[in-house]
Design a protein around this ligand. Structure first.
Ligand SMILES: Cc1ncc(COP(=O)(O)O)c(C=O)c1O
Length: 469
């Protein structure tokens, strides 16, 4: 839906002032503004006149036809996602003539394309659960656990309610608690560090390799003390951390993989999830393997770890109503397990699709000043994200956004800079590499269904920005 807010009013006007100033005089209040696109709150009367909900921000776009000096002001349906926008089809105000269409929007991620392709199977999975009696700890969860353990090449898989809970319970299963230290990296999602803090242990941050952005094994070894209870490397953006090198550098310390980015990634020919004593996965919907809601899993290398995790995940019981230890209510539910079973069948295909996009980016962007993610340094990169290091990053983001191309900064702050860690305890060695990342990181559109045409548009826009065509 798109219509003119003030039809004809600006036609033919040689208008150079600020649109928002102009609209301010009409009672329109800005909410956000990005290039020529703004989100605004409309005065009640104007909203009513156009049949719009005044409580929502509305997307406003100015289309400038320089030849005729026409500046129609157009509103459109607002897709408010975080602080980013995309927009619907725009129609020139006060005219039946189609304006030159802006290039179609290139989303950074669009899970709906995959879901549309497998919708009949997902619906059948839903119908199956609906028709049955079990919604927790049922046949779909058991089957998914067996299938995902087999996929990862791990001894066992235990379905958990989220990736964060998976990290927390895995640390507890390793016996981590107050007075202990856990070595991890600062350039990760906050959940990695929070899980350590939940246990009462001290997160100890070490720097990362400047090429892979994964834990530097020598620094992990140097940070080891007699309180070190575990090492928690993150397989950043889908490239496995070098767990073998970490084990060689710090022999005898149990390793917990944060595999939230690494479904389908390998170290050599071994899958993420089979490398540490334990591994924690997230099935957050946009992950390479995602549920249709929250979900997670722990993979375990021994029967003892498996039993411990199962007990922790379900109220500390091994026998029903015998709550032998302090446990948690953190099961992966039957519905999500059923959806995940469907999606797991396509995981390798999804990774192959992502790798196709990554290979195309590497070709298109090789001559730009971007530092590209190195392909397959430790094994098969699953490209959960295609994250580059970009000079003039913020200007590049604005340039892409003007061309309808989404991008993301993952993660804009180091864990050590989080407000929570102003008071929570932690320790860190020097982390110059990690500290150099937040201003340069940029994740480009990446998902298996991204078309060659879309990938090429991203490549062309970046090449144009750096003038390296
Ligand atoms: C590296 C990392 N660890 C842990 C998590 C936590 O997973 P969840 O969101 O399922 O709790 C995420 C999720 O985004 C993540 O990216």
């Amino acid at each position: 839906m798109s219509r003119a807010l003030f039809p004809g009013e600006l036609d033919g006007v040689d208008w150079t002032g600020s649109l928002l100033d102009y609209l301010g005089g009409r009672g329109v209040r800005p909410a956000y503004s990005v290039a020529q696109i703004s989100a605004v709150h409309l005065p009640a009367a104007l909203a009513a006149e156009h049949g719009l909900d005044a409580s929502l921000p509305w997307l406003l776009m100015v289309q400038v036809n320089t030849a005729a000096a026409v500046v129609p002001v157009i509103y459109s349906r607002n897709y408010h996602r975080g602080d980013r926008f995309s927009f619907d089809v725009l129609r020139r105000a006060g005219s039946s003539e189609e304006p030159p269409m802006p290039d179609p929007h290139v989303p950074d991620d669009d899970i709906s394309r995959w879901h549309a392709a497998i919708a009949p199977e997902l619906r059948a999975a839903f119908e199956d659960v609906l028709a049955g009696p079990r919604f927790t700890l049922g046949p779909n969860l058991r089957a998914f656990e067996a299938e995902f353990a087999a996929y990862c090449g791990s001894r066992a898989c235990i379905g958990i309610s989220s990736g964060t809970a998976a990290l927390h319970l895995a640390l507890l299963a390793l016996g981590v608690g107050p007075g202990d230290e856990v070595i991890t990296v600062p350039n990760t999602y906050i959940a990695t560090a929070f899980a350590i803090s939940y246990t009462g242990a001290l997160p100890v941050f070490v720097d990362v390799n400047p090429v892979t952005l994964n834990m530097n094994p020598a620094l992990a070894a140097a940070a080891r003390t007699d309180r070190t209870k575990a090492i928690l490397p993150v397989h950043m953006y889908g490239q496995c951390a070098d767990i073998d090198a970490i084990r060689r550098a710090a022999p005898g310390v149990p390793v917990l993989e944060d595999a939230a980015h690494a479904h389908g990634a390998t170290l050599g020919d071994r899958h993420a999830g089979s490398l540490g004593e334990l591994a924690a996965f997230s099935f957050y919907p946009t992950k390479v393997l995602g549920a249709l809601g929250d979900g997670g899993a722990i993979t375990a290398s021994t029967p003892e770890f498996e039993a411990r995790v199962r007990q922790l995940r379900y109220m500390g019981q091994q026998v029903k109503f015998d709550h032998a230890i302090l446990g948690y209510q953190e099961r992966l539910d039957e519905m999500q397990a059923a959806f995940l079973r469907v999606k797991l069948r396509y995981l390798d295909e999804q990774v192959a699709g992502r790798r196709r996009v990554a290979a195309r980016y590497a070709e298109l962007l090789g001559a730009t000043p971007l530092a590209l993610p190195p392909a397959d340094v430790t094994g098969r990169h699953a490209y959960y994200m295609y994250t580059v290091l970009a000079p003039e990053r913020d200007a590049l983001v604005a340039h892409l956004s003007k061309r309808g191309i989404d991008s993301m900064v993952i993660y804009p702050r180091l864990v050590t800079q989080a407000g929570a860690y102003a008071t929570l305890p932690w320790r860190s060695g020097p982390i110059p590499v990690a500290e150099s990342l937040p201003d340069r990181l940029l994740s480009l559109p990446m998902f298996a269904e991204l078309t060659d045409e879309e990938t090429d548009r991203v490549g062309a826009a970046i090449t144009e920005f750096y003038g390296t065509a």
